[in-house]
Write a protein that binds this ligand. Structure first.
Ligand SMILES: Nc1ncnc2c1ncn2[C@@H]1O[C@H](COP(=O)(O)OP(=O)(O)OP(=O)(O)O)[C@@H](O)[C@H]1O
Ligand SMILES: [Mg+2]
Length: 325
């Protein structure tokens, strides 16, 4: 990820400007490319890209109100990690300062961010249970992108957490002081109904429920939303959430029906952005690179991910019609 490069065409696509605007800015900043074969294949480092995108992406000028965003579903394999990764990396490419927190003992987000499987440094477990200062668990992944990793040791968190006071609020207490340092904090959760996941929900300014668009997805979603609302009721508060349709298969009638039913039942809670099922999203995790680092400019996956990122930024910066349930 640190070695990823971005060309001017991609910078324009990501910031929704034009290659000409990007090119003028690059010249005015006397920015040197890392390498190029011709004018159109000049490639820039992540740090240089961030200097340009920061200037071009207008949402930077507005304060981020919803900073801590979780990617949640207690069903496995809906795309929580894939979308956490794409959203976090593209926010960093757009010039935001991003912290990712891997809250899954499977450690998939850590792995896609280049952390080796046998990593034995501090994780959230050490901070939540052993009192290690949270700053000491943060790894520098790339310019603008930090990570609190996870590994199998996080499995032990459940028993230990259940012995603590205010057991669902401990993550929030740890993360709140980091709000000053980061524009966004992205939480990737694990596919269970666990105390650790309840901590993620309580810590979140907004919960992004990642939902597949398959026949049985709606039933699972109803259960998830009602469990979540009743959990927040017990805490005398209400959740701020939205639903992100993922793995949408445009050619399948059932997927269209499910999306229609989802919008009918949850109306404005469902984002406009819909992420289609594409091989590039799969490939992206395998290559451990954000989509924009390798895809073609006309890629469907890039279009969907950028729709998602821009909608998240716009709502987080207060453009939202979204309110708590
Ligand atoms: N939009 C998509 N298009 C194609 N493949 C996708 C898409 N979203 C996710 N996948 C694939 O689906 C699989 C599960 O995705 P992912 O690991 O992100 O789900 P998850 O919800 O994090 O799973 P878990 O519950 O195990 O943590 C992966 O192989 C991933 O590449
Ligand atoms: Mg996952």
């Amino acid at each position: 990820m640190e070695n990823m490069t971005v060309n001017q065409t991609m910078m324009a696509l990501l910031t929704r400007t034009t290659p000409l605007i990007v090119s003028r800015l690059v010249i005015s900043k006397k920015m040197e490319p890392l390498r190029h074969e011709n004018q159109y294949t000049k490639k820039y480092s992540l740090s240089s890209t961030r200097q340009i995108t920061k200037l071009l992406y207008s949402d930077h000028k507005r304060p981020v109100k919803q900073k801590i965003l979780s990617f949640y579903n207690f069903k496995g394999g809906t795309g929580k990690t894939s979308l956490s990764f794409q959203v976090a990396t593209h926010l960093a490419i757009l010039g935001f300062d991003v912290l990712c927190v891997d809250l899954d003992p499977q450690g998939h987000l850590s792995s896609v961010m280049g952390i080796p499987e046998d990593f034995n440094g501090d994780t959230m477990y050490d901070s939540l249970i052993n009192g290690v200062p949270i700053e000491e668990t943060i790894l520098n992944i790339a310019d603008g992108l930090h990570l609190i990793p996870s590994n199998i040791s996080t499995t032990r968190i459940e028993v230990q957490l259940n012995l603590k006071n205010k057991r669902e609020e401990r993550l929030k207490e740890l993360l709140d002081p980091l709000r000053e340092k980061y524009d966004f904090i992205i939480l990737d959760t694990n596919p269970t109904i666990s105390t650790l996941n309840m901590n993620a929900l309580v810590a979140s300014d907004r919960i992004n429920i990642i939902c597949e668009t398959q026949p049985f997805s709606l039933m699972g979603l109803r259960l998830l939303v009602s469990e979540m609302v009743s959990f927040f009721n017990d805490m005398k508060t209400i959740p701020n959430f939205c639903i992100v349709p993922n793995k949408y298969e445009i050619k399948t009638a059932t997927a269209q029906e499910v999306l229609g039913a989802l919008r009918a039942e949850y109306s404005h809670y469902v984002l406009n952005a819909v992420v289609r099922k594409t091989e590039e999203i799969n490939l992206s995790s395998k290559m451990k690179l954000p989509i924009s680092a390798f895809c073609k400019p006309k890629s469907l996956a890039l279009e969907d991910i950028m729709d998602l990122v821009h909608e998240i930024v716009s709502q987080s910066c207060g453009n939202s019609g979204l309110q708590a349930a």
